[in-house]
Design a protein around this ligand. Structure first.
Ligand SMILES: *Cc1c(COP(=O)(O)O)cnc(C)c1O
Length: 367
């Protein structure tokens, strides 16, 4: 079986360094809010290109805390609207509704799967306070037009960078393009921890201070609570491990691009639509997503041939029971995407032989 993602194999590559880092923390007796997370925050901010990084417990919390901080700072209030792509992973939307803000779902572009910037202005109302772009599948969702819309309507631009660590837009790393960004270090992400992890990056000092307090019970000073916060912190062990893996992230992403490039030039089947890549800097291929009108058959066929492919995602947020009120919304582009997408195995450790086998298998597919 070719695994969709072989995390064990990824870990083996840096095994010695990771064991050393973990042992150092274990032996130190200091497990939270210490030197390791401080160092990782500094290095990750440097990597992204922002002044600040606040490490938190996971990617969902990173986004939740950004919005909560904007509310504490009086920039957003309950009932305000945030524009978000309708085809995102549920966490982007949970972060908004958890703060009693209102997500306004906007359709993606069928060619890129990213937020369609021609449909944003129609969705803006006097209550709109921000746009959350999601660099879905590892591809940059930012466009100059989105930046202009944010300026014109005075909106905060929040990046959901959970899938795109190391991605660039005209030389600028995603996570530094907007006012604030949420990052995820879930084990399967391009920069994966050994458990949950996340971070907020920003150049906004007030936002950084507020977010840091919110993640620590609402406190900047021991036993003094300025906000009703939460407990959302990155463990020292995770920070030490992430700091090891961060050094290899660009190289790992290059291997993903190599694999993507092979798929793009060698998969050739009339019923398979390949992703469009116009800018190789602007994609780190967290996922390699193809589309097919016979997606479910194709998936079964790949499984029968020992290839594990997955669907990201089978049901869009507006069709979920968790968001019952939206179940009757009609979002045809999003629905088509969810009915047709299929993610092929891709990672920094997949071998040429595996990639060739997957490609040949797809090319031989008969519906
Ligand atoms: C993974 C993911 C998140 C949430 O990150 P967690 O660390 O799993 O909480 C948010 N948004 C997107 C697009 C993601 O893929």
């Amino acid at each position: 079986m070719i695994k969709f993602l072989d995390i064990q194999k990824i870990t083996q590559r840096y095994s010695d360094e990771i064991h050393q880092a973990a042992s150092r923390v274990i032996d130190s007796g200091w497990y939270l809010l210490g030197e390791e997370s401080k160092r990782f925050e500094k290095n990750y901010a440097g990597f992204i290109g922002t002044d600040y990084c606040v490490s938190v417990a996971n990617g969902l919390d990173a986004l939740r805390i950004i919005l909560k901080a904007y509310m504490e700072l009086g920039i957003m209030k309950e009932g305000d609207e945030i524009i978000v792509p309708a085809n995102t992973f549920i966490a982007s939307i949970l972060a908004i509704t958890d703060n009693r803000l209102v997500p306004v779902l906007v359709e993606p572009d069928i060619r890129t799967y990213q937020l369609d910037d021609t449909k944003i202005e129609k969705a803006i109302s006097p209550k709109t306070k921000g746009i959350m772009i999601v660099h879905l599948y590892g591809q940059c969702a930012y466009t100059g037009k989105i930046g202009e819309i944010c300026k014109k309507y005075n909106l905060k631009l929040i990046e959901d960078n959970a899938q795109a660590s190391g991605c660039k837009f005209n030389g600028t790393v995603t996570g530094s393009l907007g006012d604030a960004a949420g990052h995820s270090f879930y084990p399967g992400k391009n920069l994966g921890a050994f458990g949950d992890g996340g971070a907020i990056t920003t150049n906004d000092k007030k936002l950084e201070e507020t977010a840091r307090a919110l993640a620590n019970y609402g406190s900047n000073e021991k036993y003094i609570f300025n906000y009703q916060g939460l407990n959302s912190r990155l463990d020292e062990i995770q920070a030490a491990i992430l700091d090891v893996k961060l050094k290899y992230l660009n190289k790992d992403n290059l291997r993903r691009k190599e694999v993507a490039s092979y798929y793009l030039t060698h998969i050739n089947h009339p019923e398979v639509i390949l992703p469009e890549v116009n800018n190789w800097d602007a994609h780190v291929f967290h996922l390699f997503v193809i589309r097919s009108p016979h997606r479910d058959n194709l998936l079964q066929y790949l499984n029968n041939n020992g290839i594990q492919a997955l669907i990201h995602y089978p049901v869009p947020p507006h069709k979920q029971k968790a968001y019952k009120d939206w179940n009757n919304l009609h979002l045809p582009v999003t629905e088509k995407i969810h009915n047709e997408v299929l993610s092929l195995p891709i990672s920094q450790v997949i071998t040429d032989e595996e990639v060739t086998k997957i490609t040949e298998c797809i090319n031989a597919y008969k519906n």
